[in-house]
Design a protein around this ligand. Sequence first.
Ligand code: FES
Length: 88
Amino acid sequence: MNKKPVIAGLRSIKLEMMPGEYYWCACGKSKNQPFCDGSHRGTGFFPVKTVITEKKLVKWCACKHTLTPPFCDHSHRNLEGYTPKEEM
Ligand code: FES
């Protein structure tokens, strides 16, 4: 099966995170980006469990094409529609 995730955004979502357990949305369909809201059911995608051990700024991937999920690796720059000026 050659499934492709929905592109939820064309740049990362930067959030100051507290220590804890998080579930990153891999399918791109969640309405609570970058986290899972259960919308992946039936898509073949599953959320990625992530443990944050200390308070820190996290760049979550929103395009869902990162090679280092759940974190942004700048793969979004290679996607159609991406424009550099959108980068913050
Ligand atoms: S937002 Fe997906 S790699 Fe940057």
